[in-house]
Design a protein around this ligand. Structure first.
Ligand code: ZN
Length: 318
């Protein structure tokens, strides 16, 4: 008999819900805008998405092994309580796993979204079969998940893996977390766009000055860099250098076999990966540096739902 898990990728702006089989294949998926009316509205939306999946696939929700939810932290994966994520307004100490299990009648598990993504990449993505890996997602922010010795590493209070808040440049640009010089403040999509806007404002010659400031994103900067714009190249190189330094620290600290980079900014491809690899090669200690590969994530936009399903398959043995 085939097994199914329901994976939910709960984000600040959109929520993707999918039926995922035991081989990590997405059988059906539903995407909705995340309601901004607080937890009740979000749970309603997920329940409706699960019903829609059932209609499309003919698989009854109750026959699924369970529901996994990858949610923004901070949260407690053991109790399934989501504390107070900055990008989910109105949420405070929500027992999400218990509330969802009650509505859907199947076991429900909650995991930090970046940890879930790391588990998904290890299950059926770029990290298949690798026991020691670091997953980074570089998008509006920078998140991460650590798989060490074959297990997700959560740390003493479940908060491990905040790779985006390693301080790379003391006294550097202000980070969303309130400190200065974090990797996220130097290499995230938000940071790349901010640097480009500041440079345009300061009058530096660049094709980006033809773009309205509010329309400048990491993607427009990447495209300008690919087109040879010197300023865009400089900004992207700065972000890649910070990322390379952060990854070098992780390589020396953890000696992973693999560093997987996902998230929107990773779509810049070699523009990002080539300098990151160059820095890691030049600066990491010899043995861990020789042992590590830095590769793009493989699961694209499905990483969140596949990772959330991986959480279910890990906790419920079919
Ligand atoms: Zn920070």
């Amino acid at each position: 008999m085939s097994h199914y898990a329901i994976g939910v990728d709960l984000g600040g702006t959109k929520t993707l819900t999918a039926l995922v089989d035991g081989r990590g294949e997405v059988v059906a998926r539903v995407r909705v805008a995340t309601p901004t009316t607080g937890p009740d509205g979000v749970i309603e939306a997920i329940v409706a998405s699960v019903a829609e999946l059932s209609t499309r696939s003919g698989v009854a929700p109750r026959s699924a092994l369970g529901v996994g939810v990858g949610a923004p932290g901070p949260l407690d994966p053991d109790s399934g309580v989501v504390f107070e994520p900055p990008n989910l307004p109105g949420w405070r100490d929500v027992p999400l796993a218990a509330l969802m299990a009650e509505r859907l009648g199947v076991p429900t598990f909650v995991e930090n979204d970046a940890n879930a993504a790391a588990m998904g990449e290890r299950w059926v993505g770029a990290g298949r079969g690798v026991d020691d890996l670091v997953y980074l997602t570089v998008s509006t922010g920078i998140g991460g998940g650590l798989i060490l010795g074959g297990c997700l590493y959560r740390g003493a209070s479940g908060t491990a893996g905040e790779v985006g808040h390693m301080v790379i440049a003391r006294g550097g640009p202000l980070c969303g977390c309130g400190r200065a010089g974090c990797l996220e403040a130097l290499a995230s999509g938000t940071a790349i766009a901010r640097e480009a806007r500041l440079a345009v404002e300061s009058g530096r010659p660049t094709v980006l000055s033809q773009v309205p400031p509010e329309a400048i994103t990491a993607e427009t900067v990447a495209r300008a860099a690919e087109g040879g714009d010197p300023l865009a190249r400089e900004i992207f190189a700065g972000a890649a250098a910070a990322l390379g330094t952060g990854i070098t620290n992780l390589v020396n600290l953890l000696n992973p076999a693999l560093v997987i980079i996902g998230g929107g900014v990773s779509r810049a491809g070699e523009l990002l990966f080539a300098p990151v690899r160059r820095i890691v090669e030049a600066e990491a200690f010899e043995r861990p540096g020789a042992a590590v590969r830095v590769v793009p994530a493989a699961l694209g936009d499905d990483v969140g739902v596949i990772g959330a399903a991986a959480v279910v398959y890990e906790r419920v043995r079919p």
